[in-house]
Design a protein around this ligand. Sequence first.
Ligand code: SF4
Length: 126
Amino acid sequence: MKRPDVDRPSTWKSYKNDMCNGCWGGCCTMPVEVKSSDLVRLGVASEDEVIGSVKKLAKRLIKEGIIVSYRSGTEFFMLQQKANNDCLFLDSVTRLCTVYDKRPDTCRQFPSIGPRPGFCPGAPRK
Ligand code: SF4
């Protein structure tokens, strides 16, 4: 079966309840923007760092390869992706999130909120 093209939301499928079961995790290959509260929940930043200097925090997280950028205007951090576009936290074998209980709000809200609300780039793993 041909997978939907992650970069072309017009090819995505209408989301249904059990679509995540056995999915290859297409949504986890897209760039993910997160807030500082997500970083604290993920355990990669402390409350004190957020209260202190967010720019200093961003600098550390970029250096450690956890984020690629921080936009002070929107206060969004962009999570790092692997060379194949997988999210840093996606298990490449199981195609499951390794931080599921602590995943960012952006991930929790997908696909209700996303490039094409109600649609996803999902497909069976094989
Ligand atoms: S944090 Fe988890 S759910 Fe969110 S994109 Fe990464 S692997 Fe997927």
